[in-house]
Ligand binder design. Structure first.
Ligand code: PLP
Length: 363
């Protein structure tokens, strides 16, 4: 390839070209300080500026209320599966879960090490092809928290912002790794939101945590210092060396998103992109989507032909034409197009055109 491809990877995933250009311009000499961001002290004035700018931009983009802290941590979303119970199991040591995918299942497995993980409902028996609905009277009144995965990266389902569980006084915790900043969620409805950066924010290495202040400072005695939210909050995420370069690239992505009009403007584009692909799938006689229509993700769109050989032929042809990483997760098969914020509308239009040609040729 002598040019950039259309990259449909589920993560790490496509970044805005403007951001990559800016990062490359500043690579050798960040704003006249004579070194790259990778080489500077995390206590330097330059890096402290990057760190607070990243936080400020994220606060603006998500309209994060003042009584929430924003943390830049390490260990990926997978570390949050343990960090959440270690900090939030304060009374009943019980949490409610909706098992809507493999990542939810991992969060459940981890929470069980520290208390009770009460699974209210699961769609596992149908390869997680829908979001299970649970009546509020079945929620545990005494749960320390209620956990959902807002977007199921592997299966392509999501809790729409107007359909998240109303958990009352029980803090709602969300793994937003694959759809943070893709559409407008009301942060005040959540006690804690976490997301690995490498899907929709930046390079791997940093995990964003947005936590309501009253949920900090009650970590279990066994919680390692590094897994105590309060420790990180008290030092503005600079308790130890942070993933400096990842945070820097995230700040460029946040700036890019703000220049595009913010999350509401991006949501409009994401809806358009998803509509183009779903509309094609709904009308195709060869390709079809795999999940319940009302739960469809805007970010990850799995689809199949129903014939393994045709799937493989399509993936092969797409790859040679510069549409890469379309192979579906092994548990679903077929294809998956991840169309995060940085995937332009043209990329989705070109993909649909390719699918149309393929369909005509193989009819
Ligand atoms: C990718 C992903 C994870 C795992 O993230 P890591 O940063 O690799 O730990 C967890 N949850 C969801 C929803 C994901 O998409």
């Amino acid at each position: 390839m002598d040019k950039r491809v259309y990259n449909f990877s589920a993560g790490p995933s496509v970044l805005p070209e403007e951001v990559l250009i800016e990062a490359s311009k500043e690579m050798l000499n960040y704003k006249g300080c004579g070194m790259s961001v990778m080489e500077m002290s995390h206590r330097s004035k330059e890096f402290m500026g990057i760190n607070s700018q990243a936080e400020q931009l994220l606060r603006e983009l998500m309209d994060i209320p003042d009584n929430y802290k924003v943390l830049f941590l390490q260990g990926g979303a997978s570390t949050q599966f343990a960090m959440v119970p270690l900090n939030l199991f304060t009374n009943s040591k019980k949490a409610d879960f909706i098992d809507s995918g493999a990542w939810s299942a991992k969060a459940i497995k981890e929470a069980k090490k520290y208390g009770t993980a009460n699974v209210l409902a699961s769609s596992k028996e149908s390869t997680y092809s829908y979001i299970p609905k649970v009546a509020p009277e079945n929620f545990s009144k005494d749960a320390d928290y209620f956990h959902i995965t807002t977007n199921n990266t592997i299966y392509g389902t999501r809790f729409t912002p107007d359909n998240i569980p109303d958990t009352g006084d029980v803090p709602l915790v969300a793994d937003m790794s694959s759809n943070i900043l893709s559409e407008v969620y009301d942060v005040s409805k959540f006690g804690l939101i976490y997301a690995g950066a490498q899907k929709n924010m930046g390079p791997a290495g940093v995990t964003v945590v947005i936590i309501r202040e009253d949920l900090m400072g009650h970590a279990m005695d066994i919680a390692p210092t590094m897994l105590d939210y309060k420790i990180h909050a008290d030092s503005d995420s600079l308790y130890n060396t942070p993933p400096c370069f990842s945070i820097y690239v995230c700040s460029l992505v946040f700036k890019w998103l703000k220049d595009k009009g913010g999350v509401a403007a991006m949501e409009k584009i994401n809806r358009e992109k998803a509509h183009i692909l779903y509309d094609f799938l709904d009308n195709s006689t060869m390709f079809r989507g795999t999940v319940a229509a009302e739960d469809r993700s805007l970010m990850n769109i799995p689809f199949v032909t129903g014939n393994d050989e045709l799937d493989a032929a399509f993936i092969k042809e797409a790859t040679t034409k510069g549409f890469v990483n379309l192979k579906g997760h092994r548990s679903v098969g077929g294809m998956r197009a991840s169309i995060y914020n940085a995937m332009p509308v043209e990329g989705v239009k070109a993909l649909v055109a390719l699918m149309g040609e393929f369909e005509t040729k193989h009819r």
